[in-house]
Design a protein around this ligand. Sequence first.
Ligand code: ADP
Ligand code: SF4
Ligand code: MG
Length: 403
Amino acid sequence: MSLLEVTDLRVSFSTPDGVVRAVRGVSFAVDRGRTLGIVGESGSGKSVSTQTLMGLTPGAKVSGQALFEGADLLTAGERRMRQIRGAEIAMIFQDPLSSLHPLYKVGRQIEEMIRAHEPDTGRDAVRKRAVEMLGTVGIPQPAQRAEEYPHQFSGGMRQRAMIAMALALNPKLIIADEPTTALDATVQAQILDLMRRLQREFDTALIMITHDLGVIADMADDVLVMYGGKAAEKARRRPLYYRPHHPYTKGLLQSTPSAAAGADRLRPIPGQPPSLINIPTGCVFHPRCEYVMDRCVTDEPVLDPVTGDDDPTHVSACWLPLEALGLGEDAERLRQRAVEEGRVRARPAAAANGGAPESSGAVDAIAEPPGPDADAGTDADTAGRDGPPGEDGGGTRGDGGTA
Ligand SMILES: Nc1ncnc2c1ncn2[C@@H]1O[C@H](COP(=O)(O)OP(=O)(O)O)[C@@H](O)[C@H]1O
Ligand code: SF4
Ligand SMILES: [Mg+2]
């Protein structure tokens, strides 16, 4: 089983305006030495998902399962969570000043971190390790810089110090939430490079959260695209960039200058992310989708394996033909045809919100299916088949009952 296996995570907040359903059934997994990128516009539930794993969403209503080395983080007590935070799972945030105390020297803060988890390690050894860590993350003259305060560091150096702190206890998993968003492009590239190098060196698992597909283009093994508190698409990195299925993924690619898609015609996704209090019916992306069909407005698509990709972990929650992959003309023709017909090939009937099964008359909407029954027989596990994107792919597609 994977180091971390999250299954059907749901998180909501009661507010005076109503219930905010920030995370609505998300599943993912990450293994040691691997990087999972979680991508989506602001407000898609990326931060809430991971903060909930760390017990950092007080007052939220939470359900699902998050097995970390087989034990559920969502039901772990506060004492166990204190052990886990920092020592086993470390977090890096966009703004290091939110994690670095302004009134303590940088070196001392790393030392305190180590000491809190290793009370028996001697003072000198702890100090030495803190300085070493600052050196490891590329801070010049680390012994001297250890004696300085956070405000004496530049933005990039502060982020390096945060990474040093995150790595000080050699955690098994690092969750980096927009770690480079506040940095300029050059420093961002340096920090990403550093993280990549250290992750390899320390064999850590990494969850990299970003709104920018470009950030993880060289980095992620697996990518989870989130929209409106749910997974829109999941795949390994290359298929995600080169053979996206979901129009939202496609939109992200076409609106990100640094992502794989041709940067010559940048096209922002029209419209705004949805309200998570009054969630659109059917497909949550439908108000913004250029391919919206009748059923998109009423039936909520579930994650289905795409057709004809060599990535068995590639799944997408969209009613377009499952073989319409990528940005090429053939795929576009398939999409346009589906839109014209307003319907797609029959699929498993288990639409999450109880949508009516597609009539068999729709089968001929797509002329050349690679196998008309490609999906047949999977309906039993359609609901919640939001499997982990681990290397071992289909084999681990599970529902977490493996504690
Ligand atoms: N404590 C909270 N109370 C109410 N709503 C919240 C709270 N925290 C986050 N949210 C809402 O949850 C949604 C998802 O937020 P978040 O996970 O931070 O998005 P992302 O990290 O993808 O930008 C947003 O609509 C946000 O306003
Ligand atoms: S299900 Fe429909 S509205 Fe949603 S992304 Fe696919 S085509 Fe667009
Ligand atoms: Mg966030």
